[in-house]
Ligand binder design. Sequence first.
Ligand SMILES: C[S@@+](CC[C@H](N)C(=O)[O-])C[C@H]1O[C@@H](n2cnc3c(N)ncnc32)[C@H](O)[C@@H]1O
Length: 243
Amino acid sequence: MDATEVFWTLHRDLPREGVGSDATTRTLLDLARPLPAAPRVLDIGCGPGRASLVLAAAGARVTAVDLHEPFLHRVRRAATDAGLCDRVAVERASMTALPHADAVFDLLWCEGAAYLMGVDAALRDWRRLLRPGGVLVLTDAVWTTASPSDEARGFWAAYPAMRDEAATVTAARAAGYDVLAAHLLPDSDWVDEYHRPLEAAIDGWPDPDAATAAVLAEARTEIDVRRAHGDEFGYLGVVLRRR
Ligand SMILES: C[S@@+](CC[C@H](N)C(=O)[O-])C[C@H]1O[C@@H](n2cnc3c(N)ncnc32)[C@H](O)[C@@H]1O
């Protein structure tokens, strides 16, 4: 198994692919109101689709997009199991070239994926998809201290564009949005549905060879850095209305 296969196998059955929770999705949805009774929502980089399901259960008509076909399969199956398949459409599409027409969505949703194309590019490129007055909700990693430790800085060196809350808000305003809310996700959103299941998957890997062990060690580092330095960085949800 190469490193990519190990990564996807490790992540295959996690309940979600990043920091968050159903409760936080509901909180951010409430902060995005008022919205139409059955808003049209695009969930960008949906992963296994937890947010899509919460939004659909709240009455939204959701289009869930991702590039990773096994996640799209999981979203389809979960929507069917929850009796929500008439409210969740699943499409394979890249966040960098979304094929949807302008101004068709009331709400754009992106938990923990905008960084993959860069938050500034996402703010700029996705704005056209929103009807005037529509809302973009995204979550992203942010610094919560001006002087992070070397260890935290070293871990996040892979994300040099990471900012703090104030700079994120300033960037959103400059990109043509009013900032309705900025909500720091609770520590339980890191632990309960992301790091704890990830750690169980790492611990449960049977007899990893050296290459696999290196991928597992990298995943464990993410958990360890958060445990040791969780007061230096966080995950921020921003709720942005298109001006
Ligand atoms: C960190 S995960 C977040 C997934 C999900 N929102 C969640 O919170 O569980 C990032 C997701 O973006 C997807 N992805 C990566 N590149 C993408 C692209 N260019 N277009 C669409 N999705 C992409 C990955 O397959 C993955 O599901």
